[in-house]
Design a protein around this ligand. Structure first.
Ligand code: AVI
Length: 326
């Protein structure tokens, strides 16, 4: 098959397990308590997230699909190359990548697709949805974003288009997203492209509904992190004694996710040999999902060295995919 999996050896770095343990110890010892949303995506979490993206309350995915379906031909025309590397940071199920890839293939452009993700499972799911053909090669890279990007760039000298879709950038805070984009700018060649998805600021009720969906998927998604700690670190969180709370912070311009301890309780985590105390209704902060205005997006572009090629939005202006050039 044309599908190749590139993996990297870790050179005495912390394993993912160690990282989770360190994160949990630090986060649950802090005041206020916090855990990183980065750890949502074990196999169960990835599956729940997939369901969230299909739920009508979580409008983000449908809006981005609407945009990408409409612009895929136009993208290929704007980029205008004979052969291109499309590098996707953090792969979903490949549904959105495929829309973009097809636009290039239909314009006669040869595509080398490099999905980069830390999860090998994500790569397998993707493989089922994207079928290679004569003009499309796929090289899955299991690595952190920038390690993977370095690996890809050491193997190719084509023009590159980096995809960072789904408002994944919203899970960074403002400094982190600036840092991330600067680093991306430095890693690419002059006139390479990036296409980034941004969820726009909008009616608070619509935002709140998206992060408190009626099927309870978001609640499950967040509580799964406690379940993961039980499983991987020998914790004894009783999930029924915690409650999901998703709320918009209009000063930050971000949705915030918490789980609240519904009573006073102690939780023991074996791998850390520690007990953590929770007061009644004490919160653990889990996630930010930042929202943007058009001018937030333009500022970010300007501050990080890129030039805006074009913003693409859906009919109701809920979401933007923004094409920038180095
Ligand atoms: C992956 N990320 C962009 C999602 C978001 O909207 O922040 C994760 C998510 N959290 C709750 N629902 C979805």
């Amino acid at each position: 098959t044309h599908f190749r999996l590139l993996t990297q050896d870790s050179h005495g770095e912390n394993t993912q397990d160690d990282q989770l343990a360190i994160e949990v110890l630090t986060g649950l010892s802090a005041s206020p308590k916090h855990l990183s949303a980065k750890y949502f995506y074990d196999d169960i979490g990835s599956e729940i997230f997939q369901k969230i993206t299909q739920h009508e309350d979580y409008y983000l995915t449908a809006k981005e699909v609407e945009i990408l379906t409409r612009i895929s031909g136009q993208l290929a025309q704007l980029v205008d190359e004979q052969e291109i590397d499309i590098i996707e940071l953090g792969v979903g199920d490949g549904h959105k990548s495929k829309l973009i890839i097809d636009g290039f293939l239909q314009s006669g452009c040869k595509v080398n697709f490099y999905p980069i993700d830390i999860s090998e499972k994500a790569m397998v799911m993707l493989q089922e949805n994207i079928i290679p053909d004569d003009k499309l090669s796929i090289h899955g890279v299991v690595a952190e974003y920038f390690e993977g990007l370095k690996l890809v760039r050491s193997q190719s000298s084509n023009k590159q288009l980096v995809l960072f879709l789904g408002s994944n950038i919203g899970n960074f805070n403002r400094e982190q997203s600036q840092g991330f984009l600067r680093k991306l700018w430095m890693s690419l060649n002059a006139s390479d492209y990036i296409l980034i998805g941004y969820d726009l600021k909008k009616d608070v009720n619509k935002l709140t509904a998206a992060y408190n969906d009626r099927a309870g998927l978001t609640a499950q998604f967040n509580l799964n992190l406690l379940h993961r700690i039980n499983k991987e670190l020998g914790g004894n969180f009783q999930l029924e004694k915690f409650q999901h709370f998703g709320v918009y912070n209009p000063i930050l311009g971000a949705m915030e996710s918490y789980v609240l301890s519904t009573e006073k309780q102690d939780v023991y985590i074996e791998a850390l040999q520690r007990t953590f105390h929770f007061d009644a209704y004490e919160a653990i902060h889990l996630e930010y999902s930042f929202k943007f205005t058009q001018s937030d997006i333009e500022c970010l572009c300007q501050q990080t060295g890129f030039k805006v090629t074009k913003h693409f939005t859906d009919e109701q202006h809920d979401f933007v995919d923004s094409l920038w050039q180095v």
